[in-house]
Design a protein. Structure first.
Length: 424
């Protein structure tokens, strides 16, 4: 074999020639020759037989001796052998890294599957609880329908007896009418609000019930499992918890949605825990129910303090046109409403009525007047709130409009005074 053939073996052979001869990597030429002679005596074909395996071993011993005996070829072999060893180490390291990455990927996939399964189970439990609440409300509604149907039948019998000139056995139909209106009142979804807060905030069901009880009695409260949602203006999705609060009256739900913004502003100023973490309170249906009375626009009237308008004479038009409520007016009105919530619906007492005491009296029930058919309240269309609920919501809207009007007039007076001072 030529020198080029030995160089080819030195660069490309995968065999360890030092191991074949049984010498160390830094062995001398004499050690290599001595080891070669011993190996040839041990593996000579004449001694061990001329089989294919023996001949291959004999040929490799000759190549190893020739490669290691020539210093230049040996240097090539040492460099190639060292490069192959380093490559093997890198491959083993890469294999270990790939194995770790594979195991890590499997762990993460398993964790993701478990997390999705847990989220799905929590969502199913939440839906089951909602269905349970709906079924309970439906059952109670049917029981109340049966009860009111029986009471309506008795009321018709009493009305027939009254027409015949006999005294009715009971005069408690007003309360029955109120119950009928409560039954035929807003649906569960119209009495429900939803609120959202970050999952990192420690707000449980009891805390939410305690906070929102200020608006009215609460029928049910549920917390939806945490869920990542995309928030407008945020780059990444954030994990939030959505709570569902069902009030016993639509008045409580209306107050929660209407007063939340001002209460939250007060909580920031007073550093009150809880309210500042809630980001929004909305109607569960996504829009204001049709049963909620819409606020009417007020036409501002200008009167001089202490001056009354004569009966039958239209009020004088204001000298200054007032604009729409400013943000400051609405904020002050909300703050005042939350500090001084309206009481039971009242109506002004006419001059000279009663015992002469100035003030307000409670709104009478029209079902108690003569000429009002008995059971009229029970025939209120389904889905309509009771007279008390409508009155409370209208009173709240009217109080807010009155405060906005008052603040708007004060702002207009301040601007007029400032303009007068600048002109002088």
């Amino acid at each position: 074999m030529s020198t080029d053939d030995f160089k080819h073996h030195a660069l490309n052979s995968s065999h360890d020639f030092y191991e074949l001869l049984g010498v160390a990597e830094g062995a001398t030429d004499s050690e290599i020759r001595s080891a070669y002679r011993k190996a040839t005596l041990k593996y000579h074909p004449d001694k061990v037989g001329a089989n294919e395996q023996t001949l291959g071993r004999w040929h490799l011993l000759q190549v190893a001796n020739e490669v290691l005996a020539d210093s230049s070829v040996r240097e090539l072999y040492d460099n190639a052998r060292r490069a192959r060893a380093e490559k093997k180490q890198r491959d083993e390291a890469y294999e270990g890294r790939r194995k770790w990455m594979k195991e890590d990927l499997e762990r993460r996939e398993s964790g993701a599957v478990k997390r999705k399964r847990d989220e799905s189970e929590a969502e199913e439990a939440f839906e089951r609880e909602l269905r349970r609440i709906a079924e309970n409300n439906k059952r109670r509604r049917k029981e109340m329908e049966a009860k009111l149907s029986e009471e309506a039948r008795k009321a018709e019998a009493e009305e027939a007896e009254a027409q015949e000139g006999r005294q009715p056995a009971s005069n408690g139909l007003n309360s029955e009418g109120d119950a009928a209106q409560h039954l035929g009142g807003p649906s569960d979804i119209d009495r429900t609000v939803t609120l959202r807060f970050p999952s990192s905030v420690t707000l449980d069901r009891e805390k939410i019930v305690s906070m929102f009880s200020r608006f009215g009695n609460i029928d049910e409260a549920l917390l939806r499992p945490p869920k990542k949602i995309r928030v407008e203006g945020e780059k990444h999705r954030k994990e939030y918890i959505t709570a569902v609060v069902v009030f016993k009256s639509i008045v409580g739900a209306h107050a929660a949605v209407s007063d939340f913004a001002s209460i939250q502003k007060q909580s920031h100023q007073e550093d009150a825990a809880g309210w500042r973490y809630i980001e929004q309170v909305n109607w569960a249906s996504g829009k204001e129910p049709d049963a909620v009375p819409k606020p009417k626009s007020m036409t501002p009237q200008s009167t001089t303090p202490g001056q009354s308008t004569a009966a039958g004479t239209p009020p004088a038009q204001p000298s200054t046109t007032l604009g729409t409520p400013s943000a400051k007016s609405r904020k002050l009105a909300d703050d005042l409403l939350n500090r001084n919530p309206p009481e039971t619906p009242t109506t002004p007492q006419r001059s000279g009525e009663g015992n002469g005491d100035a003030g307000l009296k409670r709104v009478p029930s029209f079902a108690s007047f003569k000429g009002t058919p008995r059971g009229a309240a029970a025939r209120t269309p389904m889905g309509s709130p009771s007279l008390h609920d409508v009155t409370m919501m209208r009173l709240k809207n009217a109080e807010r409009r009155r405060l906005e009007e008052k603040i708007r007039r004060e702002e207009a007076a301040d601007e007029a005074g400032a303009g007068h001072e600048n002109g002088s």
